[in-house]
Design a protein around this ligand. Structure first.
Ligand code: R7I
Ligand code: MG
Ligand code: MG
Ligand code: MG
Length: 352
C-alpha cells in the first residue's frame, strides 16, 4: 500500500541518517573489542532512552549528498547530470565541512570552474583517469532506489550508474553504487511481516551482479567479478553455524572507503542483524545492523548509513527508535524530503 511505502521511504532515509550521524564519531576507529562494545551499547541505550537535551548528532557528506539526490529526483523526476552536479557543488560550497572524501573535492572545484560544461568530465579525470573507486556513489544512492520503487531492476541500475558518474567513474565505484541501490530496492519491495530469507536475498544480488560484471570476464584481470566474489563471501559467512570472527569479516569483507570493501559489508550487516549478534544486546534488528556496522570501525559512518538505508527500507520507519531520531541533526528535513520523494515517485510512475 501507499502508506506502507511512505513509511519505508522514511525508514530508509532516516535509517541512513541514523547510521551516518551515529557512526561519524567512530569513523576511522579500530574494530570495537571487549569494553569498547559495551561503551557503544551504552551510547545507543542513551540515545534510545528517555529524551534528554543535547547537541544533535551531526550528519556528514553521506547525508548531504543523499539529500542532493532526493531533491533532484523530486524536482525533475529523473537524474539530470547537470542539475545533480550543480546541486552537489552548491551543497559543498555552502557547507564544506562535512567530512567529504579526500579526492572528490577536486571534482567540485573543476565542475564549478568549468561552469558545468561537461558534468561528467571531472570525475573521469580522477586518479589519473581511472576514476574514484570510493564508496561515495553508494553511500548516497538510497533515494534513487526508493524513487524507482515501481521500476525494473534494469531501470534502477541505469539510474544508479548515472547518479554515480558525476563523481565516480571507476568501474568499482559505479558497480558498488548499483549494488547498494539493488539492495535497497529489494528490501523496499519485501513484506517486513514475513521472515526475510537471507539466502534468497543474497543469491538474487549475486545473480544480478554476475550479469553486471560479466563483461569483466576474459579480460585477464586478477579479479574478474569482484563484487560477485564478495557477495559469495557474505553468503558463506551467513551460512556458517557459528558467527565468523570480526577479524575474518574485516579481512574478507573489509571496512574501508572503497566501494568494494564496504558495500558488501553493509549488506552483510543488514542480513546478519536478522538474528541476534554476539556482543550486541538488542532485540531491534535495525539497531543491531547499525550498531554492528559501527562496531567494525573503519568507514563506520558510511557502512552504518548504507546498512541503515537497507534495513529501514525493509522494516519501515517504526523500527527506528523515535527517541534516537530526535537526536539526529536534520531529521525533520529528511522526513519531509522522504515524503516528497514518495509523492514524486507516485506521480512519475502514473501510466506506466
Ligand atoms: O568516494 P568518496 O565520495 O568518499 C566517501 C567517503 C565516505 O567514507 C564519506 O563518509 C567520506 O568520509 O568519504 O570520495 P573520493 O575522494 O572519491 O574517494 C575516497 C577515497 O578513496 C579517496 O580519498 C582515496 O583515498 C580512495 N580512492 C582511491 N585511492 C587510490 N586510487 C578512491 N579511488 C582511488 C583510486 O583509484
Ligand atoms: Mg561521511
Ligand atoms: Mg581509481
Ligand atoms: Mg564515511
Amino acid at each position: 500500500t501507499s502508506a506502507m511505502f511512505a513509511s519505508k521511504f522514511r525508514g530508509s532515509m532516516l535509517g541512513a541518517l541514523a547510521g551516518d550521524c551515529c557512526g561519524a564519531p567512530y569513523e576511522g576507529h579500530d574494530v570495537c573489542v571487549g569494553g569498547e562494545r559495551i561503551i557503544l551499547k551504552k551510547y545507543f541505550d542513551k540515545l534510545e532512552g528517555p529524551y534528554f537535551k543535547a547537541p544533535k548528532k551531526a550528519y556528514t557528506d553521506d547525508t548531504a549528498m543523499s539529500m542532493c539526490l532526493a531533491k533532484v529526483l523530486i524536482r525533475h523526476g529523473r537524474i539530470d547530470d547537470k542539475e545533480l552536479a550543480v546541486e552537489f557543488v552548491k551543497e559543498y560550497f555552502t557547507d564544506p565541512r562535512r567530512g567529504y572524501g579526500g579526492a572528490v573535492i577536486q571534482v567540485f572545484n573543476k565542475l564549478r570552474k568549468s561552469k558545468f560544461a561537461d558534468p561528467l568530465q571531472p570525475a573521469r579525470e580522477q586518479f589519473n583517469g581511472s576514476g574514484s573507486f570510493g564508496n561515495g556513489g553508494a553511500m548516497r544512492v538510497a533515494p534513487v532506489a526508493l524513487f524507482g520503487h515501481k521500476k525494473t531492476s534494469d531501470e534502477i541500475i541505469e539510474m544508479a550508474k548515472q547518479s554515480a558518474l558525476i563523481t565516480h567513474y571507476h568501474k568499482q565505484g559505479i558497480d558498488g553504487t548499483v549494488l547498494q541501490a539493488l539492495a535497497v530496492h529489494a528490501a523496499l519491495l519485501m513484506d517486513p511481516e514475513q521472515q526475510l530469507n537471507t539466502k534468497d536475498f543474497i543469491s538474487n544480488l549475486i545473480e544480478k551482479m554476475k550479469a553486471i560484471e560479466v563483461d569483466e570476464e576474459g579480460l585477464g584481470l586478477d579479479d574478474a567479478q569482484p563484487f560477485t566474489k564478495q557477495l559469495e563471501a557474505v553468503a558463506r559467512f551467513l551460512s556458517m553455524n557459528t558467527e565468523p570472527s570480526d577479524d575474518d569479516v574485516l579481512n574478507v569483507l573489509g571496512n574501508d572507503v572503497s566501494a568494494l570493501y564496504s558495500v558488501p559489508t553493509s549488506i552483510y550487516c543488514f542480513l546478519k542483524a536478522q538474528k541476534t549478534i554476539k556482543g550486541i544486546d538488542s532485540d531491534n534488528p535495525f539497531r543491531r545492523a547499525v550498531e554492528y556496522a559501527i562496531s567494525l570501525g573503519g568507514d563506520a559512518d558510511t557502512i552504518a548509513s548504507m546498512a541503515g538505508a537497507i534495513s529501514g527500507a525493509f522494516y519501515g520507519e517504526n523500527v527506528i527508535s523515535t527517541n534516537l531520531v530526535k537526536h539526529l541533526e536534520f531529521h525533520e528535513e529528511v522526513t519531509l524530503l522522504a515524503n516528497e520523494l514518495h509523492e514524486a515517485s507516485l506521480k512519475t510512475n502514473v501510466g506506466r
